[in-house]
Design a protein around this ligand. Structure first.
Ligand code: GLY
Length: 350
C-alpha cells in the first residue's frame, strides 16, 4: 500500500491501493473512535460501491446511516448541506461521531462542509471515486457549496481524518470523466514536475495510474503543508483555473467539464506568458499536445475578449488585481499579479 502523511495541524494519511474499498471499515476504525457514521454518497456512486463500503463499516462495529443526494453539480448548494446536517441531527450523531464521503468532488466538498458545520465540526473521511477527486479535491480540506453568485463561494477549511483511494473504482469511470481528471493531473506536471509531465507524454498512464495518483498527491501534500489556508503557494494549484472558471461560466457550467475548461485555461495563460516573454517558448504547444493525447480540448469557441470579461466579473477576482499562475517553463510556476486595467495587455486584446 502506498501511503502519504499530510502534516497539518492534525496530521492525516492518504492510503492508495487497489481493493481498499472493502477494507474501509478497518481503516476508518484506526482514526475514528465514533459509534455512528453518516455515509454520504450520490445517486450514481452509491449503487456501485455504497453497499460494499457500508458493509465494511458495519463489520468494523459502526452504526451506519446513509444519505444519498441526486448526482451532479446542481445539488452542490446550501439547502442540500442543511438537509444533510438535519439528517445527522435526526439520527442523534454526537461530536464523537463522523461522516464518510463516498463519491466524486461534489460529494467530498458537500459532505466535508456538512462535517465542518455540524456541531461546529466533526471528523470525516474521504473515499474519492473520480480521478479528479482522487488527485485533487479529496486532499487539502477545501469544502464548499456553490452560491447563485458563483462556485464554491460558501465553505470552510476542514481537513479529513483519512483519505482512502482505491484506483479500482476508476474502471467504472467513463472516458469523459477520466479525461476530466486528467486536466488536473497535467496541471501538477505543469506547476511542479517536468518529470511527471514527461511521463504523461511518453506512457500509457492507465497502466500506471496508481503511481500517477501518488505523484500528484505528493505534490499537493507538500503545497498544503506549506500553505494550508491558501495565503500564498497553494494558489499555484489554481494554474489554468482563472481562465478555466471564466470559460465554465460562459458555458453556464453545462456541456464543458472542469478539467476541459482548466486545460484550455492552461493553454491560454501559457500562450500569454510566452507573448510577454515570461514563459519559455513552446510551453503552450506542449501542454496542448498533452491535452489532446488525453482527449481534452485546447481551445474554446468564446473569444478572448469574452473570456477576459467573464474573468473580471468573477466574484473571486473583485480586488484591484488578479493573481494569475504562470509557468516559467514546464514544472516551474509562480504567481503573477496583474492589475485589472492591464489584463487586456496580457492577452493582447484591445
Ligand atoms: N484544488 C485546489 C486546492 O485544493 O487548493
Amino acid at each position: 500500500m502506498k501511503k502519504l502523511t499530510v502534516r497539518v495541524h492534525d496530521d492525516y494519511n492518504i492510503l492508495i491501493e487497489r481493493g481498499l474499498l472493502e477494507k474501509s471499515g478497518e481503516l476508518v476504525k484506526e482514526v475514528l473512535a465514533a459509534k455512528k457514521l453518516t455515509l454520504i454518497s450520490d445517486s450514481n456512486v452509491y449503487p456501485l460501491y455504497g453497499e460494499k463500503v457500508k458493509k465494511s463499516l458495519e463489520q468494523a462495529g459502526y452504526e451506519v446511516f446513509v444519505y444519498i443526494f441526486s448526482a451532479g453539480e446542481v445539488s452542490k448548494k446550501a439547502s442540500v448541506v442543511m438537509d444533510m446536517v438535519e439528517y445527522m441531527a435526526s439520527k442523534n450523531l454526537t461530536r464523537r461521531d463522523g461522516v464518510i464521503a463516498l463519491g466524486g468532488g461534489v460529494c467530498g466538498d458537500m459532505a466535508g462542509f456538512a462535517a465542518a458545520i455540524y456541531l461546529r465540526g466533526i471528523k470525516f473521511v474521504q473515499i474519492p471515486t473520480s480521478l479528479l477527486a482522487q488527485v485533487d479535491s479529496s486532499v487539502g480540506g477545501k469544502t464548499a457549496v456553490d452560491l447563485p453568485q458563483g462556485k464554491n463561494l460558501c465553505g470552510a477549511f476542514h481537513q479529513p481524518s483519512l483519505v482512502i483511494i482505491d484506483p479500482d473504482v476508476l474502471d467504472t469511470l467513463s472516458s469523459h470523466f477520466f479525461s476530466d481528471g486528467m486536466g488536473e493531473v497535467i496541471k501538477y506536471g505543469c506547476i511542479k514536475s517536468s518529470e511527471l509531465f514527461q511521463t504523461l507524454e511518453s506512457c500509457d498512464i492507465r497502466k500506471n495510474i496508481d503511481e500517477i495518483i501518488y505523484h500528484c498527491l505528493d505534490i499537493k501534500r507538500e503545497i498544503v503543508e506549506k500553505d494550508e489556508k491558501e495565503q500564498g503557494e497553494r494558489a499555484l494549484l489554481n494554474f489554468g483555473h482563472t481562465c478555466g472558471h471564466a470559460i465554465e461560466k460562459l458555458w453556464n457550467f453545462e456541456n464543458i467539464s472542469h478539467g476541459e475548461a482548466v486545460g484550455i485555461g492552461m493553454v491560454l495563460i501559457s500562450r500569454a506568458g510566452e507573448q510577454i516573454g515570461i514563459t519559455e517558448k513552446n510551453t503552450s504547444s506542449r501542454i496542448a499536445a498533452l491535452l489532446k493525447k488525453y482527449n481534452l480540448s485546447t481551445s474554446d469557441c468564446h473569444s478572448t475578449e469574452e473570456i477576459v470579461g467573464a474573468m473580471k466579473a468573477d466574484k473571486k477576482n473583485t480586488g484591484s488585481e488578479i493573481q494569475f499562475v504562470m509557468l516559467s517553463s514546464i514544472g516551474n510556476s509562480f504567481i503573477y499579479p496583474v492589475k485589472h486595467d492591464k489584463i487586456k495587455n496580457l492577452f493582447a486584446i484591445n
